[in-house]
Design a protein around this ligand. Structure first.
Ligand code: HEC
Length: 114
């Protein structure tokens, strides 16, 4: 009986905080929380919309100069999952994201629903 309470506590603790140890966050969490050189996907693709242009010189989001950041809303209708995955591979290379292939699949799945 003496052991019962601590065991119950440990079980409760593990089940409550296990998400902290989970490596594979679902796509949405990855979109907002994955870390690249310039922050998460959301840094440029704000809520799946466009933040403007990516200025490679100043390394910041710019309204006039730079490469247009595409709106991701509806991209699932324009492109299939393989094409979206390839774009995310490109993001990984360009902006130094640490993403596994599995995480890229999850991201592609999420981005396709925007
Ligand atoms: C530093 C800014 C920046 C960050 C961070 C970023 N992107 Fe992008 N993204 C861009 C730019 C710029 C393009 C256009 C690239 C091109 O046309 O060559 C793009 C293109 C894309 C495309 C292709 C869209 C289309 O219409 O074909 C997808 C999908 C995409 N990004 C998803 C993501 C995901 C997922 C992440 C996070 C892992 C991410 N991006 C992080 C700037 C960014």
């Amino acid at each position: 009986m003496k052991l019962f309470i601590p065991i119950l506590f440990i079980v409760f603790f593990i089940s409550t905080f296990s998400f902290l140890f989970a490596k594979d966050l679902p796509g949405k969490d990855l979109f907002y929380n994955s870390k690249g050189k310039y922050g998460s996907c959301n840094h440029c693709h704000i809520n799946g919309g466009s933040g403007g242009r990516w200025n490679f010189e100043t390394q910041s989001v710019d309204q006039e100069e730079g490469k247009k950041i595409p709106v991701l809303k509806g991209v699932g209708k324009r492109k299939d999952e393989e094409q979206i995955k390839r774009s995310i591979q490109l993001m990984k290379k360009m902006f130094d994201f640490k993403l596994t292939d599995d995480q890229i699949s999850k991201l592609a799945e999420y981005v396709g629903t925007l």
